[in-house]
Design a protein around this ligand. Sequence first.
Ligand code: ARG
Ligand code: ZN
Length: 879
Amino acid sequence: KVIYRKEYQVPAFLLERTELTFELFEDHAVVTSQLHLRRNPEADSGAALELNGQELELLEIAIDGRELAPDEYHRDDELLTIARAPAQCVLRCRTRIHPQDNTSLEGLYKSRTMFCTQCEAEGFRKITYFPDRPDVMSVFDVTIEADQALYPVLLSNGNPAPPEALANGRHRVRWHDPHPKPAYLFALVAGDLHYVEDRFRTCGGRDVTLRIYVEEKDLDKCAHAMDSLIQSMRWDEETYGREYDLDIFNIVAVDDFNMGAMENKGLNIFNSSCVLCRPDITTDAGFERVQAIVAHEYFHNWSGNRVTCRDWFQLSLKEGFTVFRDAEFSADMGSRTVKRIEDVSLLRTAQFAEDAGPMAHPVRPDSFIEISNFYTVTIYEKGAEVVRMIHTLLGPDLFRQGSDLYFERHDGQAVTCEEFVRAMEDASGVDLSQFRLWYSQAGTPRLVASGHYDAGAARYTLTLRQSCPATPGQPHKEPMTIPVALGLLGTAGNLPLRLADDQPGGETADNTHRVLELSREEQSFCFEGVMEAPVPALLRGFSAPVTLEYDYSTADLCALMSREADGFVRWDASQQLALRVLSDTQGQLAADSAVVVEPQFLEALGALLADPDLDPAMVAEMLRLPAEGYLAELAAGQGGADVDIIHQARQMLRSTIASAHADLFADCYQRLVTSAPFAPTAEQIGARSLRNMCLDYLALDGAEGLQLAQSQFDTATNMTDRLAALQAIAQHGPDQQRDAALARFYADWEQETLVVNQWLQVQAAMPVADALERVRALLAHPAFDIRNPNKVRSLIGAFSNANPVNFHRADGEGYRLLADIIEQLDSRNPQIAARLLTPLTKWRNYRGRGEQMRAQLQRLAAMPTVSRDVYEVLDKALA
Ligand code: ARG
Ligand code: ZN
């Protein structure tokens, strides 16, 4: 059944208060609710009371103390309807559920020894009958009763009252959350947990107790998350004026979790992979991820909880804004340019692909079948880009005024994306009416730029043209407002900018930076006083989520790479140059002719490696060739991708770079040796990243490099260096060295689940001939467990997304393997099953493979029962 945004109706009843009691037992739980209901004055006065509920055993239902007769309510698989409820009443309801058997990891379930919940988006309805929609908000009083020895810690949202001992070794804790919230922000945890504690004093003088709850063995892995939390709280006060609003803030780490983490009010629940850190088991990327996700969930306290979504079509209201907030936080904590590069890489590989495929949808979708399928890179990452563009168009000061107005105006409300844009408009006076199209139009806009230099008039004219491809249900698109940040590069640096019809004064002191607003299909911008033919540096900082075409010469790209002021453009020029070289190489391989690599490209890379004054983190990013998945995505638009040629071309280019610059890589590797004790600081992370990039090229170049990798593997004391060495050996080493290193790594870390998951991932991504057989064998290894989403992602997700030559094996076995797993998972955990389908939905992109991919989709569609989640993806992919 398809749900449409335009069919939104206000709830018939509002909730004044919710009282919940949970009695937890080993084979079931009983949930008792008392809902203090009141008819919504804004709803149709005859509308029925509707309560959502799934897989519930109803034990009792009463209104104002009187048990309902069977003909006073109606019940189906999803809804309990009471046609004539009093305008004001207390509905009492008892249900029995079985958290121990809940494999969907949605609602109340058991992860190892603890009970926990995941209610967003529609999990609460698997706990009890309830108006499970984000625009029904209430104050919650929660009582939890459980065995005292097995579950000494009982947590929920808000503040606790002192615990009470009960008969039979049981105990009880009551929690009160004074902030009205929708059911999706409810949380409960019960387990034998230990905690790390710290404090934070807010700008308004509130003393907040901060706790991170984990299993005892993980107590020494919480320090970084706690630091990150404190940094986030301070940053949100300083940057957005947002103060925390309860006396306690709890985080709990859970091993079995469908997503990264969840922002439940005052009780954030985290996938343990997104909170636990220790230098010997966590890579730098892991440290950065923990910092970003802790911040993301904390920032939701305002952008999501205090101001929430009216309905799930507005999901990007909280997710896009919060991703933008956490990205800016990470940029402030570490390297701004590198953070931007990482985010744009994700956007280009995953989001542009989604926008060009069968699942394309606007940032504010018009319809869905299963909302869980819409926690997408479009809602999150493109949504964040849309907020970033507003920030660019308004400037930081007006943007802050807009966000202040938004929070003030809508505190305690459930609102829409429209309210967010309106607050930005009202505070700034900027008209965003055309800009709103970014919320309603799917697809990645295409920007074509061309320049004309008139030496006699010292005038440079830049012409920009926009278009947007058709997407499912949207054949025709209107031109949008596109902020194009730019500079003009001359031989001695960036040139001062003066537009012909200009008001005096620019945006930087030296007047070399502008943001142009493209709003028509085609527009020309005329710069005066340009004394030499410039190279345009377009989309500085990636000012809009678009593809850009400009006919740069190789020399232009080299100039941008070495002299442009904007770090993002410098990196982007290196990528464009690499793409050009890769496409030449592919052509040469396909034509069976000799491969010749553009010397200017090799020279430019050599210059980067030789310059010790450059930022190592930037150099590492510029040496990283575009991923095979991205190359396939680009080729899809040009007659279909040939995975084998793409892989060969990329490998060949990497080998050529490795041997051309063997000495520079070795020098650079040695130069970056440090004796400083490990710290996940931007400076150290940058140095390690370039050093390990050098190691990878060195190992690719031959025995000497492999030896270096082996010695780094044997002596490394932090996981970043150890895993990088393992990866270099696994990717480039001879079988024996590789298998020995993998065995050693497993023996060392068998007891640390998160490290074992990395080990699974390395093997799943190895481009060796028998990778698929290895993955099949690992499915039976004690380290694997299909019930745990992290393990499924590490093995199956990595195989199908990060091992293109093996996933796309000519015999179709890669596709069959993925479909086998999805078939097994669909009845257990539909959310994960649907997510795993993504690579198969791209069947139209692959030359010579599409039919085999499609056959597996059809096989899944023919299963006797298909979850709603998987059904929706199959339906759209096969349409
Ligand atoms: N709101 C969470 C976050 O982004 C994610 C929840 C995902 N839930 C789901 N059913 N997919 O921080
Ligand atoms: Zn979020």
